[in-house]
Design a protein around this ligand. Structure first.
Ligand SMILES: O=C(CO)[C@@H](O)[C@H](O)COP(=O)(O)O
Ligand SMILES: [Fe+2]
Length: 220
């Protein structure tokens, strides 16, 4: 039976109370803490850097799932590893040498992920998939929380699930953007096993009840 994981995105948290907001989703049953790092270059928004990731780290025992939307990306990766990132995910468009970037992440003792934008073709995974710990499918265009799920990404999730099965390796398939209680079952049916949810969790009054609703939808 698939072990589903919920990774609340702190992008929709109250940044003035970030430590408290991280503890709250941890205690509410989060499996990972998803940290969206944006540079106003690769994506049209600007969020947080390694100093803030390091400040978050003592507030949770859950793995920090760091999604880097930064270009170029390599030079900042060691700072996120030092800050306590457990999983570091990059976009292939943000590095000239994807294999080198994956090797760099592993050399720092972190798990490595590659994220595909909605329109990014699957062939970037052809030679690197078996070296990855995680594939992150963007189901919105990256840059903002609270956008609507792009339906055609379900086909992409299905195709990547098949490729992962063919490797025989335990590579996680994470989906990020517009994931809600009322669509998470379809995303899981397409083959995802890790679900990022920002606004769907942080914009509700009771995080534990919302995460429980996600798990109920996944169990049904
Ligand atoms: O990486 C991103 C956006 O670029 C995401 O992690 C969002 O933060 C998800 O937010 P919701 O769509 O769940 O509100
Ligand atoms: Fe993200």
């Amino acid at each position: 039976m698939t072990q589903f994981k919920i990774s609340p995105s702190i992008l929709s948290a109250d940044f003035a109370r970030l430590g408290e907001e991280v503890r709250a989703v941890d205690e509410a049953g989060a499996d990972y803490i998803h940290i969206d790092v944006m540079d106003n270059h690769f994506v049209p928004n600007l969020t947080i850097g390694p100093l803030v990731a390091a400040a978050i780290k003592p507030h949770t025992q859950k793995p920090l799932d760091v999604h880097l939307m930064i270009s170029p990306v390599d030079s900042i990766i060691p700072d996120f590893a030092k800050a306590g990132a457990d999983i570091i995910t990059v976009h292939p468009e943000a590095t000239l040498h994807l294999d080198r970037t994956i090797q760099l992440i592993h050399s720092l003792g972190c798990k490595a992920g590659v994220s595909l934008n909605p329109a990014t073709p699957l062939n970037v995974l052809d030679y690197v998939l078996e070296n990855l710990d995680l594939v992150l499918v963007m189901s919105v265009n990256p840059g903002f929380g609270g956008q609507s799920f792009i339906e055609y990404t379900l086909r992409k999730i299905e195709a990547i699930r098949k490729r992962i099965e063919a490797t025989g390796k335990a590579i996680e398939l994470e989906v990020d953007g517009g994931v809600k209680v009322d669509n998470v079952r379809r995303v899981a049916d397409a083959g995802a096993d890790v679900f990022v949810a920002g606004s769907a969790i942080y914009n509700t009054p009771d995080y534990a009840a919302t995460i429980a609703a996600f798990r109920k939808a996944l169990a049904g």
